[in-house]
Design a protein around this ligand. Sequence first.
Ligand code: C6P
Length: 407
Amino acid sequence: MTLKITPIRKDFPNLKDKIHGKPLAYLDNAATTLKPKQVIDAVSAYYSHYASNIHRAVHALSQKATLQYENTREKVRKFINAKNTAEIIFTSGTTESINLVAQSYVKTFLKANDEIIISEMEHHSNIVPWQIASKETGCTLKIIPVDNNGEIDLERFKELLSSKTKLVSITHTSNVLGTINPVKEIIRIAHGHHVPVLIDAAQAVGHQTIDVQDLDCDFLAFSAHKMYGPTGVGILYGKQNLLEAMAPYKTGGDMIDSVTFEKTTYRELPYKFEAGTPDIASVIGLGAAIDYINRVGLNKISSYEKTLLSYAIKELKNISGLQVVGSPSKKAPIISFVLDGIHPHDLGTILDEQGIAIRTGHLCTQPLLKRFGVLSLSRASLGIYNTPKDIDALVGGIKKAKKVFKC
Ligand code: C6P
């Protein structure tokens, strides 16, 4: 199962640019991926030829925009194997998808002294919304610890579950450690206690097959921009019966059935949760991103990224003074590390001068960094256009930084 990298790289205009006069080695894919020309063209075609609002007008432009928008909903449904398009809500990203559930589900169903379980490896987007919703409802947040390998402590999870637990929200894949959590098992255990589960799939979709019916998750959140699509759009998948029972999260145009000054009734799913004019162009771009991934083949992508990850880990571990954080048994192509004697921001700056883009800092996971006793990390994360040459550039760049800092 091989990936033809040369034509793939040609699809990404960014890769033709020079950064500080050097070829770009883009290794910040967990933050956002680059976009292929097929996605850029789809966005541009909407703005150039049928820019108009959706669901509102009978004219040809609006009809075409509505059709393309709704076609993307069907593509998303198929991509994650949801039962029907009523379960696919367009949001602005993973963050908004989680906030929607935190505001709507929690306020509809939870009360004082109920408990929500998350883990120590969550992104701030899967911590803060629960913290706020807990404060507002009087619920308590329980945290599953992470072990030294960077894996969730499943035994502790089982102990935390009780009749008070009303929701579990867990990341599929850590944006720091790359840990691929045993989410199917976590969902099975939670369902044994009749507890619904939200999966934060921001770092999973586009890297491996996600099948919501096979996982049996109750909610799933992800962002288009981390899977070669545009910024500004994400998905909340939710089981239809749960979404139907939940109150709208934001209100306004397009989500109503009828309005009088006395009373408003809402439209059916999924529109009940899509108030106001959405990011139509980006939704259409997401459709093109899904087509792109399907054309390349998710199995091929997963297997290619796995091979490249092994090479990257082997090469990075050969650098003296470099420690990779975490060694989970199942790992996505994300490597966070510390380098003796060099602050991540200094390393990031020296690498940037050489055209190498990585992410540095707390990676929006301050509790996890505290768990590993660090304030800041350097992170390289891979995508479908990366090659061993990018890894070699990173290794060469780190060695150069070590020379600059004489360590
Ligand atoms: N992580 C990173 O560099 P948004 O910003 O809504 O598209 O995604 C938020 C989010 C939620 N969960 C996980 C696991 C994530 O990794 C992210 C985004 C980026 O790691 C930006 S901080």
